[in-house]
Write a protein that binds this ligand. Structure first.
Ligand code: ZN
Ligand code: ZN
Length: 289
């Protein structure tokens, strides 16, 4: 007796695009494969995380934004610790498997993720509070525990993302971002990691931690606020799809997807990988990521 074939669910668009990218640019295959594993894991985790109910006072929201302080506090992130520990471990596994995390760092990080006495909870809370600036009180403390490998930053960032993005969704419904003109994320305080040029020629920055977007002056550097356009170097890929904005004051750069003539919207998971050759070009010109 033949069983009917299992219905195949449509693959998410970013997975389809990543696979297509791997076919078109085989030199990006290993980066694409790691991204596919991360995207797949994060989607699965995110589907389990409930949308939190965040109780905030509109006056507090306004005061927080006026002070340039991000809106999502650590206590607003719906972390279920058993699930977080699993996500943390799987993230480290994926990075290690794809040679983005060396063995010694991997071992240290995995040991720190085995929870006795809630050590990991404290590490995550301190890391978030010191890097978000949402709670003024924590500024200036060390973000990582003494002796922790620097790679822990990347593991925490990726592992927290599926939880944090749910808080951003919940908070985003209440917050009016039109007055936010700063270079860091209005939700979690992290730096932009990518940008999109909208069809109306605005530039929207995209947070490297929670993937939220906010509008920012096109020719101002989000890292040092340099707004002298003579000191911003901008160059595009030959097909006009992507652009780099590099700052000649702080030497940092930001990549962007130009959606003005594009067939699809920006997809951070895809576009950050498709533009790896642009990173090489920017670094060759003496800029820093
Ligand atoms: Zn953010
Ligand atoms: Zn700069």
């Amino acid at each position: 007796m033949d069983r009917p074939p299992r219905p195949t669910r449509a693959e998410p668009r970013e997975i389809v695009e990543l696979k297509q990218l791997r076919g078109e640019q085989p030199e990006l295959a290993s980066a694409v494969d790691m991204q596919l594993a991360l995207v797949d894991m994060q989607r699965r985790v995110q589907s389990r995380v409930p949308l939190p109910w965040i109780q905030v006072d509109p006056e507090w929201l306004q005061a927080q934004m006026a002070a340039g302080r991000p809106l999502v506090r650590f206590r607003d992130i719906p972390i279920e610790w058993t699930d977080f520990r699993l996500t943390f471990r799987q993230t480290a596994d994926i990075l290690h498997r794809h040679e983005a995390l060396d063995r010694a760092d991997y071992d240290t990080i995995v040991v720190s993720g085995r929870d006795e006495r809630h050590a990991l909870e404290q590490v995550v809370a301190t890391w978030y509070e010191t890097t978000s600036g949402s709670d003024a009180g924590r500024a200036g403390a060390d973000r990582l525990p003494p002796g922790a490998p620097a790679a822990l930053d990347q593991v925490l960032l990726l592992a927290l993302r599926p939880f944090l993005t749910r808080s951003v969704e919940a908070m985003g419904e209440r917050a009016d971002l039109s007055g936010w003109t700063l270079g860091h994320c209005p939700f979690c305080g992290w730096e932009p990691d990518f940008a999109v040029i909208t069809p109306s020629a605005e530039r929207r920055l995209i947070c490297g931690r929670c993937v939220a977007q906010w509008t920012f002056a096109t020719l101002t550097c989000p890292f040092c606020a340099n707004d002298d356009r003579a000191l911003i170097t901008s160059f595009a890929t030959r097909d006009g799809r992507y652009r780099v904005y590099a700052c000649d004051v702080c030497r940092r750069y930001l990549k962007a997807y130009d959606a003005r003539h594009a067939a699809r919207p920006v997809m951070v998971a895809v576009d950050t990988i498709a533009t790896l050759p642009l990173d090489a070009a920017a670094i060759q010109r003496g800029y820093l990521g």
